[in-house]
Design a protein around this ligand. Structure first.
Ligand code: PEP
Ligand code: MG
Length: 583
């Protein structure tokens, strides 16, 4: 049969995780079922009830397996999603209503469908967004029971039979958890931005991924060939022979480069003229430590603790904080771990059912991070106590996100001081010398860096936010992604200011935003005088390689020149000329 498929169809999206992957598509479709209502005669109803029991039991054991897997791979917080599904399944009224319909002569599938729809409809009128959104969990459980009744396999990556590229409209944490143990070589999704959950998971697993492709799931079908170019942020569906050949050689180069990079693991991140730079990893959960260490990080420069608050129905307790941080710092010992206090917005806490937040029009500029902690000190105190208690188990540095002024910094430190006093009264030991730093990610903080530097032990530049706020470009909006430019002269000058003011005050200046993890910017950042880079695990060897290939003096004179320039083109030209000595 002739193949009428169009070749070389390019979709552009957001580069979520670097690298090239080539493979056959596994289309992860949303579950949908074709249901028919049947009249069940009286003498066949018991058989229908038995089928229902079997399907519920099968669903229960599947959910228990999922819970175990998620717990093992991503930890207890993520596993709570499966826990919620088990609670819904065990709700007696769900089964009672289905049984009632079956006893009236409705077939089991249709009875489940009717009951689930009725519950979902009743959720539509709930004002509280968090509770309203629980309807999706109910639908998920309903689909699982239905697929067992119909003998259909439900949406799962474990159905993959060979090495594949996963294409989906979206991937949930429950989907991504199975990626590690399956044969997924890369993935492409319709929605998501560079900082979406999917992107962060892909980077943690070192799988090439492109997100925000808008409609790839409508065009690709299982079995199509797909190239993921996670460097450029594009995918090529059904590539022509020449394209395939080009990417195959790129892929071969990629694995050569990986092998080369592995050799750098124990070598210092030092420029050719001897300037040593710290190279740390960014993590958002304990499980990422293994790969961060494997890639040669000498510390954690950003632990995004807000991930502890996701996918759960209650706030983490002080003991949970303590245990979590103790585990992380023990694993990283003797290296330091910079624990960033939570950077979440009110929407997340509303989802935990504890506070009554309204929806914010501009959540990025809303009640977020340190602002939220200062407004609701009980949440902050609980986390600070956990961090301080864990500080005896390794080296912890504390960092506040979204600091915009001195008053905010002092208010946070005042709470910290009080927490320490209370711990002393309770005879609970902690590291009395724990360093405290601030993220510089709000332009106002960068501008008054001289004042901030006097009151902290270190700072870390959060370019993800610094760029979005300075250039007024929403960091997750693909429509303005072309305007999100780390090489904008204003950004480079702000970075320089932060570094210089930090050094004047005698403190180290690091960077933990995505800019630090892109090797293209490394020579310029070295030249600007950055002391520490903190990046996702896969980027560590790549950044180290560049650091070891440039001379600080060369990079510095390029950076001095860049700072006199007012446009991107001229800046690019100077950066491209910085001498790289291949090692
Ligand atoms: C940043 O803003 O650069 C940063 C590292 O923080 P986050 O991406 O978590 O906002
Ligand atoms: Mg930030």
């Amino acid at each position: 049969m002739p193949n009428n498929k169009k070749t070389d169809v390019v979709f552009k999206g957001v580069a979520a995780s670097s690298g090239i992957a080539i493979g056959k598509v596994f289309l992860l479709e949303d579950d949908d079922f074709c249901l028919i209502q049947k009249e069940i005669p009286g003498n066949a109803r018991q058989e229908e009830l038995n089928r229902l029991d079997c399907a519920i039991e099968k669903t229960r054991s599947e959910l228990e397996v999922t819970y175990g897997k998620i717990n093992e791979v991503l930890g207890r917080n993520y596993a709570k999603i499966a826990d919620v599904h088990l609670l819904i399944l065990d709700d007696p009224s769900l089964k009672q209503d289905v049984v009632k319909f079956i006893n009236e002569g409705v077939n089991a599938e249709f009875a489940v469908f009717k009951v689930i729809n009725k519950i979902v409809a009743s959720f539509e009128n709930i004002d509280d967004e968090y509770f309203r959104e629980r309807k999706h969990d109910i639908q998920d459980v309903g689909k699982k029971i239905l697929s067992n009744l119909l003998g259909k396999r439900s949406r799962s990556l474990s159905n993959i039979s060979g090495e594949s590229i996963v294409v989906a409209h979206n991937l949930t944490p429950a989907d991504t958890v199975t990626i590690r143990e399956s044969m997924v070589k890369g993935f492409a999704t319709d929605i998501g931005g560079k900082t979406s959950h999917t992107a962060i998971v892909a980077q943690g697993l070192e799988i090439p991924a492109v997100v925000g492709l808008k409609s790839i799931s409508l065009h690709a079908v299982t079995g199509d060939v797909l190239i993921i170019d996670g460097n450029k942020g594009e995918v090529i569906l059904n590539p022509a022979q020449e394209t395939l050949a080009k990417y195959r050689s790129e892929l071969a180069l990629q694995s050569e480069r990986r092998k080369d990079l592995e050799k750098l693991r124990y070598l210092p991140a030092q420029t050719v003229d001897g300037k040593t730079i710290s190279l740390w990893g960014n993590i958002d959960n304990y499980n990422e430590i293994e790969s961060v260490v494997k890639n040669g990080a000498t510390g954690i420069g950003l632990y995004r603790t807000e991930f502890m608050y996701f996918n759960r129905t209650s706030m983490p307790s002080e003991d949970e904080h303590f245990e979590n941080y103790s585990k992380v710092v023990r694993a990283m010992s003797p290296h330091a771990v910079i624990i960033r206090t939570i950077d979440i917005g009110g929407d997340k806490l509303a989802k935990l059912g504890l506070l009554n937040f309204g929806k914010e029009e501009n959540p990025f500029m809303g009640l977020r991070a340190i602002r939220l902690c200062l407004k609701y000190p009980e949440i902050f105190i609980c986390q600070l106590r956990g961090i301080l208690r864990a500080s005896v188990n390794g080296k912890i540095k504390l960092m506040y996100p979204m600091i915009s002024g001195i008053e905010e910094l002092r208010a946070a430190n005042k709470i910290l001081k009080k927490v320490k006093e209370n711990l002393r009264k309770e005879n609970v030991s902690f590291d009395e010398n724990m360093e405290v730093g601030a993220m510089i990610e709000v332009p106002a903080a960068a501008i008054i860096m001289d004042a901030i530097a006097k009151e902290v032990n270190f700072v870390s530049i959060g370019t993800n936010d610094l760029i979005q706020y300075s250039l007024a470009v929403d960091r997750i909006n693909e429509n303005v992604a072309n305007l999100y430019d780390p090489l904008h002269p204003a950004i480079l000058r702000l970075i320089k200011k932060i570094i210089d003011e930090g050094h004047k005050a005698g403190i180290e200046v690091g960077m933990c935003g995505e800019m630090a993890g892109d090797p293209f910017y490394t020579p310029a950042l070295v030249g600007l005088g950055l002391d520490d880079f903190s990046v996702s695990s896969a980027q560590i060897p790549k950044i180290k390689k560049v650091i070891r290939s440039v001379s600080y003096e060369d990079a510095k004179s390029a950076a001095d020149q860049i700072l006199t320039l007012g446009d991107r083109e001229s800046i690019l030209k100077v950066i491209e000329k910085i001498k790289i000595t291949e090692i």
